[in-house]
Write a protein that binds this ligand. Structure first.
Ligand code: CA
Length: 431
């Protein structure tokens, strides 16, 4: 089949879908977030999908019936339970599939539109799964405000930023196998924690200082070869999209274990992500300049164009059985190192990146009072508990439900939502 979509611009703010997209939806036709869904009422296997308004478009069926012909797909990329095979095809194919889906949802008529309608299902009728098989997972620490807040809390009297911080995006390699999709219960971790009553000897117990970290995550689609450092300006040739990350953190386990090699079991029990990958192509019109660096950075970290993302993230908490309360709002535009600089840093030593690599921004905090992406900051290390729906919270209790949502409003007025990532704390197993 031939499709007349060559001149079609999926970012055009004036596009309207023939499908009813509720105003204010997280998923307007200018976004076209990619995910993996499993239909609830049948035993159909998980498959690739695009979110549109309150619906999803089944990409496996669209591909099978020829609606994606001419997009240079190889075979049955969307019939898989993860988007990796599609992401590996690179930016030219990502752009042509997104352009085709946009064209189908806005311009298609007659039997072509009928075929597209047959690919639609209400989003409420599907379960959104983890969209990728995570290859490597890296977490950065790129919010100056977060790093300074933690420095003041953990090293009072010393300069809040460590000397290396302004020069490079500090990070650590995390555990890919425990990245879970929104809605997955989070079991309270156990670990060795310091016990002042035991003369410095630690005790194995369930964490009493379980925290959240509000972050953005970035998913690598196109791999890069070994010994080929990437320029920041090449980021859009490799990174497909963004999602929300909650980097659950057990502060007491972390405090005892982290020296000298950094975070380990206090982080690796679970990392939750939102299910919809927002294409960077849809966010690119919103890119802004990052904050000016405090020092002259090495040129390998300096991009020619702007890559900071003005994404506002909202952290909410429902104490067991109560309503959600908003705890904080933070803006990713304040991150000192962009996802493009982070990608350059990941590869400057010659390491390649792989399809399915996930890297997270680091906890996002801002300059405003209360703009903090973690409880340890919001409660001043637990000393100033928050009032949450009639309860007091310093750190998370069993049964607490945490929700992080995010949105980006582009200069052309298009509002792109990220959906949300949520998780409920489950009591640790007795042991
Ligand atoms: Ca983190």
């Amino acid at each position: 089949m031939e499709y007349d979509d060559r001149a079609h611009d999926p970012n055009d703010a004036t596009l309207r879908s023939w499908l009813d997209v509720p105003s204010g939806s997280d998923f307007p036709v200018q976004s076209l977030a990619f995910g993996v869904v499993a239909p609830r009422r049948t035993n159909a296997a998980p498959r690739g999908a695009v979110a549109i308004g309150d619906h999803v478009l089944d990409l496996a069926v669209a591909q099978r019936v020829g609606l994606l012909d001419g997009c240079d797909l190889g075979g049955e990329e969307f019939a898989a339970g993860a988007l990796n095979a599609f992401l590996a095809l690179g930016p030219r194919v990502w752009r042509s599939v997104r352009r085709r889906v946009s064209w189908l949802l806005t311009r298609a008529e007659g039997t072509t539109r009928d075929a597209a309608v047959a690919c639609l299902a209400p989003r409420a009728d599907v379960d959104a799964r983890l969209p990728i098989e995570v290859a490597d997972y890296t977490d950065f620490y790129s919010s100056r405000h977060h790093a300074e807040n933690l420095g003041r809390i953990l090293r009072p009297g010393s300069p809040p930023l460590l000397p290396n911080w302004p020069y490079l995006p500090v990070g650590y390699h995390g555990r890919a196998g425990t990245v879970v999709v929104s809605g997955t219960p989070v079991h309270r971790p156990r670990g060795l924690v310091a016990d002042p009553e035991r003369d410095g000897r630690p005790v194995l117990r369930a964490s009493r200082r379980l925290d959240v970290e509000v972050e953005l995550g970035f998913v690598v689609g196109a791999a890069s070869p070994t010994a080929t450092p990437l320029r920041p300006d090449a980021a859009l040739d490799h990174v497909f999209g963004a999602l929300i990350v909650n980097d659950w953190s057990a502060r007491d386990i972390q405090a005892f274990e982290y020296q000298p090699l950094g975070p380990f079991l206090g982080k690796s029990f679970a990392t939750s992500v939102s299910p919809w990958l927002i294409p960077l192509e849809a966010l690119a019109p919103a890119f802004v300049a990052p904050p000016p660096p405090e020092v002259e950075r090495d040129p390998y970290l300096v991009a020619e164009r702007d890559f900071a993302l003005p994404v506002e993230l909202t952290l909410s908490l429902a104490a067991a059985g109560s309503e959600l309360s908003t705890l904080a709002r933070v803006d990713a535009r304040h991150l000192s190192f962009t996802f493009a600089a982070q990608l350059a840093h990941l590869t400057v030593n010659g390491a390649g990146v792989r399809t399915g690599d996930l890297y997270a921004s680091g906890t996002i905090s801002g300059p405003e009072r209360g703009a903090c992406g973690s409880l340890i900051e919001l409660t001043d290390n637990g000393t100033a508990p928050l009032h949450v729906g009639g309860a007091e919270r310093a750190f998370l209790e069993d049964g607490d439900r945490v929700v992080i949502s995010a949105e980006c409003t582009r200069p052309d007025g298009v509002r792109i939502g990220f959906g949300s990532v949520e998780g409920t704390i489950v009591a640790a197993e007795e042991g």
